[in-house]
Design a protein. Structure first.
Length: 134
């Protein structure tokens, strides 16, 4: 059974515009990144990546702006397989860029706002439902 058929998900497209930022590996977590209601940080030996409200990001920070967040309605079981693939596959087939972030309870996929209509069409064609949310 194709993954999209196995997982028919409910996704919520949030209204806020997000930015994906890259800071240096030795940089500390900046206060501006945590000012919004939703943010995520990941540190590796090579970088500090931050996803946060676009309006919070200073102009001199290396960032990709103009992303929208799709929230998977959850909680999702940590041992369930194929959930993310059921969304990323249709988006890849529609040539929609994405950036994935996971939490303990659910997953998020960020899509470029400019590709929002193509993303929604691809996901609905794959059997997922999309609603507007905060």
């Amino acid at each position: 059974m194709p993954l999209a058929a196995a997982h028919r998900l409910r996704l919520v497209l949030t209204e806020d515009r997000m930015a994906i930022c890259r800071l240096g590996p030795g940089d500390g977590a900046p206060a501006w990144a945590t000012r919004g209601s939703w943010w995520s940080m990941s540190r590796t030996p090579d970088e500090l990546s931050i996803v946060c409200a676009e309006t919070a990001v200073p102009q001199d920070v290396q960032a990709s702006r103009g992303w929208r967040r799709l929230r998977f309605e959850g909680p999702l079981p940590l041992d369930q397989t194929g959930i993310l693939a059921s969304v990323t596959g249709p988006l890849a087939a529609a040539h929609v860029s994405l950036f994935a972030v996971g939490t303990y309870d659910t997953d998020y996929v960020l899509i470029p706002d400019a590709q929002r209509n193509a993303a929604i069409a691809a996901l609905e064609a794959a059997g997922h439902s999309i609603s507007a949310g905060m």
